[in-house]
Design a protein. Sequence first.
Lengths: 446, 771
Amino acid sequence: MIRNLKSKLKAMSSSSPLHNQDLSSSAVIKNDACIGVDHFNPETPEHFEPIEVNRGNEIGVIGSTEARGALGGQIIETPDGCFVRKRFIYELDTTYGNINLLGLPASDFSDSEWWTRLEQSFHPKDIVFLDTETTGLAGGTGTYAFLIGLGYITDQGLVIEQYVMRDFDEEYPMLQSVIDTLKRFRVLVTFNGKSFDWPLLESRLIYSRLRTISWENAHLDLLHISRRLWGRCLDSCSLMSIEETILGNVREDDIPGSQIPQIYFEYLDSRDTEMMIRVMQHNEWDIAAMAALLLHVKSLYENPATRADAYELLGIAKELERNHRIQQASACYQGCIRKSNIHSLTLEAKKRLAYLTKKHEGQGEAMEIWADLARDEGSLLIFPLIEMAKYLEHRKKDFYEALKCTEKAILLAGMRSNGSFRLRDELSARRRRLIKKLERSTRQWG
Amino acid sequence: MNIDQLVDQIRNNPEIMRNVTYWKELEPKSAKYSPFPIGLRQEIQDALKKKGIHQLYSHQSKTIDLVFQGKNVVVVTPTASGKTLCYNLPVINEILNNNDARALYLFPTKALSQDQVSELHEMMDLLKHPIKTYTYDGDTPVSARKAIRQAGHIVVTNPDMLHSGIMPHHTKWVKLFENLKYVVIDEIHTYRGVFGSHLANVLNRLHRICRFYGSNPQFICCSATIANPKELTERIISREVELIDDNGAPSGRKHLIFYNPPMVNKQLGIRRSSVLETKRLATNFILNGIQSILFTKSRLTVEVLVTYLKQLVQDKLGNSKTIRGYRGGYLPNQRREIEQGLRSGNILSVVSTNALELGIDIGRLQVCIMCGYPGTIASTWQQAGRAGRRNDTSIAMLVASSNPLDQYIIQHPEFFLESSPEYGLINPNNLYILMSHIKCAAFELPFEDGETFGVDTLDQILEFLEDEKVLRHVGGRWHWTADNFPADAVSLRTAANENFIIIDVSHPKHRVIGETDRFSAPQLLHDEAIYIHEGVQYQVEKLDFEEKKAYVRKVDVDYYTDASLAVTLKVLDVFQSADEERTGRSWGDVMVTSLVTMFKKIKFDTHENLGWGKVHLPELELQTTAYWMTLNDTPAGIQSQDDLQNGLMGVANVLGQVAPLYLMCDPRDIHVVYQVKSPFTQKPTIYIYDSYPGGIGFSERLYEMHLELFEKAREIISECICESGCPACVGPAAEVSEDGKHLALKILGGILGDTQSEEQAQGNVIQLPFA
């Protein structure tokens, strides 16, 4: 039925093929040299040691001049095929941006549940960092993770392992090995991994019929933590902008993430490794940045008074409040108010502090803050007036002052073009009631 | 007056009866029951009894029985014959047997899915067993999606969502695909043409995914009456199916009445407006409190009729809530309220587009009036089926418009009644559609060497896609290597071409008044064209070709515009060809190129040429399939090239109306062109091509019919009462010349081999196309 199929297909597609590569050059040739091939045995974890200490330098022998291109690292052979693994270490006293990685192995996460939101504490050596580079950014089962970068902490420093599939037939052995490594750790740390990296990897595992790992209460997504701290002040909460503005690190010659899929496809075609090596560099930076970021946020949460700025203090205070650490929360809100020179930020801190005070100490204690908010030059806020009116009416029985607050609130509500009717109705009801009470009390006394 | 009295009243009203071309009384039918099938769990039987169902209709019982035997089934039943039990019972039964079992329900529209879920919930309440049923479509909140993927026993969705929202993420749906026992496809007859061709491919992808997860679901399908339910279902699901078409549900007495509005202008073939006639006929029922449904063909007509009818009740009763419209564009809540109102009887009359033709539960009404022929026999029966209660008389009326198809049906009731309903045709191997889905399939799971997908030339297609750098062949598999999500680029409801919308900018609030297909747009909607819509003139201010929008403004001028369209058709490939005594027939691939270069302004009545203008629009190319007929010799009585030209034009015009009748398609789905001397065949040739790139399967069917088409064309022309051609036959005489009608008949004589007189033709027994 379908005749001249190829010509029809050609006619159909408006774009002609880019260029016809001689595919024979990409034929799969088994690596014969096998120099330094790490014969893979998942049973013995000892093969991970020893690790040479050498910042950013590769351990082991640079990959052979195989037809799939030398990417550095080792070719790992398994019964199910081979893949490339590159492993190296960031020594302990190296810095990433202005963060020294020295603190990593000794850092104490025993009181971190309140800000990690994981329901467990953990040791630094329980952590595995994960970042993937993929063939697409839209997700779905046709998207592959061709490079999986893992990072973990040893006494010597931060070890980074990069697993690369040099073609689709290397996916299965690569994933097997990745899973074996991941299984040794209790806590997964990613940046945006909850909605991107992990689901994608999980999908690859299901497709490969490999058993997946559950990170229930054990997946710390630094993106979410970053949003809590810097969501208000940074235009973008991307790892890149956090790195630049918070960690003080500017990457030189980094490739934009959006180009990565295309680079991989071109590498598959041409076996030219230059750009791929830059993708691996990008991935390495991402992992190192995550480690540095984790250390940084930890120090912010643990020493807000000395380390955090106004924005960060607000985020930390909210987190403390959420965890019922009222004293500390209140101190952070106050710190934020002190340090802030941004009106809207101060306003929110005051508002939250007022409600916190009202709830935990009493209305009287909050009065000062309400009054402060209402006094604020040019303030059009209605809620402090209502709160004040409530307190004055019900606790102080000062109906006259309460009425004054209410009248002012009504005035402000009238100025709002989009004011809700419910609010106005409520305020009018309050006014009527107060007037009645005031009349009654004057009658009583007069 | 009750309904029976109203029937008598109509019968005794000569004013109405004069226009009735046909009246048939369909006898009541009693129910055929069967006991509950063996294997149906006791708690289900008990639950049914609580609902007052003590035994099943025979078709329900037979279906369930076959499903229990492991068969795929298609049930053909009219509206409201309890078909939902046919699939709900086996599905619930299986879930009660095995709590892990899963089912997928596919409905063509969202409204139907929601209806279905509420019905299932009702059943669950009676069973007191938690069977989780969820709708999963574009409206499902993201927060709820995870739970549905994990825990939903029954996932109710539509093909579009399965295609772009579920299958490309199949690893998130492991529970569903591993345990998928049943796939239910309701209203399967609606999947024909482009939509059906897509669905067949979507289901091929579903089969692959199920194989991957080790499941092999059974299919339970329901269809309205069409000519080939079994064949259509088998092509769509790529599985053998058992057909159940002996309906056991009872029905009351039904009067089927054809009504042709009286002629206002005989010369031009213009009749009284079908909308006004429908209003007149409906008034009587409404004033007598008889519940009715009126079907119209456009959303606009819905609103017009509702406005008329509301005035009616407002005047007499002071309120108008009892008359409602129903069409696409209404909000879901509003629709639910109207459906509820119809069931409870609070709504007396509803005016609807074919949106209410499908199985939404609105109870059963007493009267159905169709304002205009719904377009197919199958739709007509579906719509007529909305009226009819078990023990009550009901009326279904068809009010014809001036449209040629309507006029043919209304004057040939026997064609309507005796011929089988239309065929559902699909062409899953349309290269454009197939290719889209091969991409989606490769994205979902890499193809393995030796795998098949619909066609046996899969290898070649995969190689092509590798050349295009979309796939990569390594290790015996074809992997997706593009940074995009192929399902997003494929819409199931269209082939490659999209419609142009027409926007009226006469008022500050712009509104869409119509749409037209991509290939007609340059001709009808070029800048400065006069576009006539519902009898109102609009001038096109701007045709935005890129955005597929035409902006028009109301005008009142004394001319119309006529664009000259240069269509060239080139045969690319012949698939089948045969030579016969007087004619040749073929079908194959063609390339149609059309270009509009200029237009003329023509004065009404005098047809003076008032001027002309240039049109600057790109040339359009369409590669599609076509059927063509060649004439071996010049027919007797054809004296000149002009005769031949005008005759062929007339025949082509008629074929444009006849072919859709047989193909169960919209007249816009096909185009007819003729060539006095075809460069390819060197003879006079008439081509009928599909309006969709790649074709959707009409050409092969037309090739099989061949001369039958021309017989029917001759019958229409001979019987038409016009003198020398009118829009209902060969086209207006102004177009085909004063002699057009006779020339067309002479051409047909040359094709069919004899020269019948008009009298003979009328006496002819109609040959049923597929009887």
